[in-house]
Design a protein around this ligand. Sequence first.
Ligand code: NAD
Ligand code: MG
Length: 389
Amino acid sequence: MQNLTVLGSTGSIGTSTLDVVARHPDKYQIIALTAHRQVDLLFRQCQQFKPRFAVLLDNNSAAQLRALLCDAGLKTEVLCGVDALEAVCILPEVDTVMAAIVGAAGLRPTLAAARAGKKILLANKETLVMAGNVFMDAVRTSGASLLPIDSEHNAIFQALPQGYEGDMAEAGVKRILLTASGGPFRTLPLDALHSVTPDQACSHPNWVMGRKISVDSASMMNKGLEVIEAHWLFNAAADDIQVVIHPQSVIHSLVEYVDGSVIAQLGNPDMRTPIAYGLAYPERIDSGVGALDLFKIATLNFEKPDFLRFPCLALAYQALHTAGTAPAILNAANEVAVAAFLERRISFLAIPRIIETVLSRLPVCTVNGLEDVLEADEQARLCAEQQLV
Ligand code: NAD
Ligand code: MG
């Protein structure tokens, strides 16, 4: 039996994780579930999975959940706040932590899980973007195991040799080919981009996801964050990671070897596949995802990314080249800008402008520890907020 904490259980990745878990009650047991403030959904999840702990961020939501659980006669203990998120990751009885909180809020609990040597199913790419070296050091020092859940990185993990330890040359790997759908605005006339709405940005052609990552997909910042994520996960230089636009989202990424072989992982665009792979690794279990129908798909297309249309992708490559706190600054500025866009305070095209301004105004420092990252994150948020008024 594998004991799990699911961080962000009410989100898109969280609910997909619980869908897979529910198919295998003999294999997985939920110890803790966490959410920001979605009381009703978290309550229903508690009824179904009977965890020992449920965590919410604010006191009011926690009190509401306690009352609902008490009425239903359930024994789940309700905790509250950021420290509680960390606490449910490091419990001795927890084997595995699904890190599926969105944004920088996921960093502290995910890092706590790494330091405690847990098996980490990493969906929260922002952890690696902000604090890649701190997090990877923690994983190595504690002997934690790290399985990428982001579909592209999960595909790369599957296409790399078993036991790959971060030396591309030794493994005969030439390049990583990171696929991207291109999002909903891939073919929209450029002059129409300034007036696109949050709902248009969130209507992704292939994937159903949370709103933040959906906007990131529309701007291709998501792919930029994923380039940085791949850098840390696979010890790949920025120039060895090629983004390939592949509108069908059937090939989830590829690894090119020095002998000319290119190995890809394919599947329907459904996050339950990488989640099931991470849960059961190195075995395979049913994920509930239907069979891939190649005859129905018939055609696979590939395009080079257009950096004029997708300036966020260029900014992310630039931040990775700059290194130090630059990716943390990029990530924080992006979070502020995306939230403002979702609240209709700024236009879609203001997102890259704000990020570029913040990157040009703030000094970049070396990352010696978590404090350096948190400081850069805070400064970048302040600077980005100033651009909104
Ligand atoms: P989502 O918005 O659907 O869900 C986010 C979850 O985090 C919710 O449970 C929410 O309650 C919780 N949360 C939000 N803010 C919080 C805070 N401040 N403190 C504590 N909890 C908070 O997001 P998602 O689409 O499931 O994405 C989760 C993560 O997985 C992101 O980092 C995203 O980049 C990554 N990811 C998602 C997908 C996908 O298909 N959705 C694919 C690859 C990677
Ligand atoms: Mg992805």
